[in-house]
Design a protein around this ligand. Structure first.
Ligand code: SF4
Length: 76
């Protein structure tokens, strides 16, 4: 799983930082920063909570550990 933040949307409410302190921090410019875009399974709940809580819907969660229909097919 990856957590991506769109800083153009972030308004610095810091809801995400309170909800997911192991995943997001507040950077010096008052916007959120994802500590490690690749989310460990232990922090998946935090990442999802941050995504749900953000009033600006600034987060995108990419569930790339699951099989995706658009994965490449190798071979002829
Ligand atoms: S909750 Fe959303 S708007 Fe607020 S700091 Fe986090 S990402 Fe930015």
């Amino acid at each position: 799983m990856r957590l991506i933040v769109d800083l153009a949307r972030c308004r610095g409410h810091a809801q995400c930082v309170l909800a997911a302190p192991d995943v997001v921090e507040l950077s010096e410019d008052g916007k959120s920063r994802v500590l490690n875009e690749l989310i460990e399974p232990a922090f998946a709940d935090q990442a999802r909570t941050a995504e749900l809580l953000c009033p600006e819907e600034a987060f995108t969660i990419v569930d790339d550990d699951l099989p995706q229909p658009h994965h490449h097919h190798h071979g002829p």
